[in-house]
Design a protein around this ligand. Structure first.
Ligand code: AHM
Ligand code: MG
Length: 339
């Protein structure tokens, strides 16, 4: 049995000169994940289901679970002192801390504290996504938005927590993807898989097909291709769409598959956010041998313009993403002219 903390420290020792700050930051994220996991498991009992601002049966105002998760992660990162600024899906503005300790932190963290919001109240898997960069602003001052305007290729670590049939933390610091399962009886994340590899091909495609008529022609054609009989299996691919990026990606990481959230004629940049959804998931996909693209460009090469910027996402098994990119390129002119 190897715990998350033991594993992180063991890995850190392989880097001479490592200060341990990143390890401590990852550890802080692990602590917040345990607290959020506890809240999720008790959600129905603790009156934290429902919409922010809505009232429960006793007429009390309820707090959304994602607001709780946001608060827990911010608190853990503030107390840890390794992080000088946070971008969160829950906060329009950048979060900085008015403390000497945090201003000395060398890292910035972008996060989606509880992804899969439509599934929160219905007992379906949800997740937390995080991305960590080294700050570019001077140490000793509060972090800035510019610290986040770095391409994913400059990222130092990324990961997610999936709150599913079991709770797992999956992360990478650029040397493979490692998965830990939470054992609630001892309160520890235990290593369950080291150096995960996504199968090169697969037969699962995950997309919200209700948007079909708004998809670019390349995506429509790719979906039609997925629905053809394939020589290996003599049947079409399979659709699996949970509607939680973390859960859909996690399944595809293990089984092989592709997740698509394309741009549409209504929303050219799709729905997902670059900093705390597309980039961290793309980093993990590549570290596991897969690919991630916006249909034309490698996600990790995109330099975000703003902190909440959106991007189309095609991520998963490398052969499947390449095929989808082929369709996107082939039909791109039609999309431009029909838009
Ligand atoms: P959220 O951060 O508000 O939860 O939105 C992100 C989620 C992804 O997890 C999921 O894949 C997608 O939105 C589902 O969107 P849709 O309901 O449009 O299919
Ligand atoms: Mg999200």
């Amino acid at each position: 049995m190897k715990t998350l903390i033991e594993f992180i420290h063991e890995r850190q020792e392989a880097f001479p000169g490592a200060t341990g700050e990143l390890s401590r930051l990852l550890n802080d994220i692990g602590i917040a994940a345990k607290i959020v996991n506890r809240d999720i498991n008790r959600a129905g009992l603790a009156n934290i289901l429902g919409l922010e601002g809505s009232t429960n049966v006793q007429g009390e105002e309820q707090k959304k679970l994602d607001v709780f998760a946001n608060e827990h992660f911010i608190k853990a990162l503030r107390n840890g002192g390794q992080c000088c600024a946070i971008v969160s899906e829950e906060n329009e503005e950048l979060i900085t801390f008015d403390s000497e300790l945090s201003n000395k932190g060398r890292y910035v963290v972008a996060m989606d504290p509880l992804d899969g919001s439509s599934n929160i109240d219905v007992n379906v898997s949800i997740g937390t996504i995080f991305a960590i960069w080294r700050r570019t602003s001077p140490v000793g001052k509060p972090g800035t938005k510019e610290d986040f305007i770095q391409p994913g290729s400059k990222m130092v670590a990324a990961g997610y927590v999936i709150y599913g049939s079991s709770t797992m933390l999956v992360y990478s610091t650029g040397a493979g993807v490692h998965a830990f399962t939470y054992d609630p009886t001892v309160g520890l994340f235990i290593l369950s898989e080291e150096s995960m590899r996504i199968p090169d091909g697969g037969n699962i495609y995950s997309v919200n097909e209700a948007n079909y008529i708004y998809f670019p022609e390349g995506v429509k054609e790719y979906i039609r291709y997925c629905q053809e009989d394939h020589p290996e299996t003599s049947r079409p691919y399979t659709t699996r769409y949970i509607g939680s990026l973390v859960a859909d990606f996690h399944r595809n990481l293990i089984r092989g598959g592709i997740y698509l959230y394309p741009g549409t004629k209504k929303n050219r940049q799709g729905k997902l956010r670059l900093l705390y959804e597309c980039i961290p998931i793309a980093f993990l996909a590549e570290q596991a041998g897969g690919k991630a693209s916006d249909g034309f460009r490698r996600i990790l090469d995109i330099r975000p313009g703003t902190i909440h910027q959106r991007s189309p996402l095609f991520v998963g098994s490398s052969h499947m993403v390449e095929k989808a990119e082929y369709f996107m390129r082939y039909y791109s002119r039609d999309f431009e002219t029909n838009a």
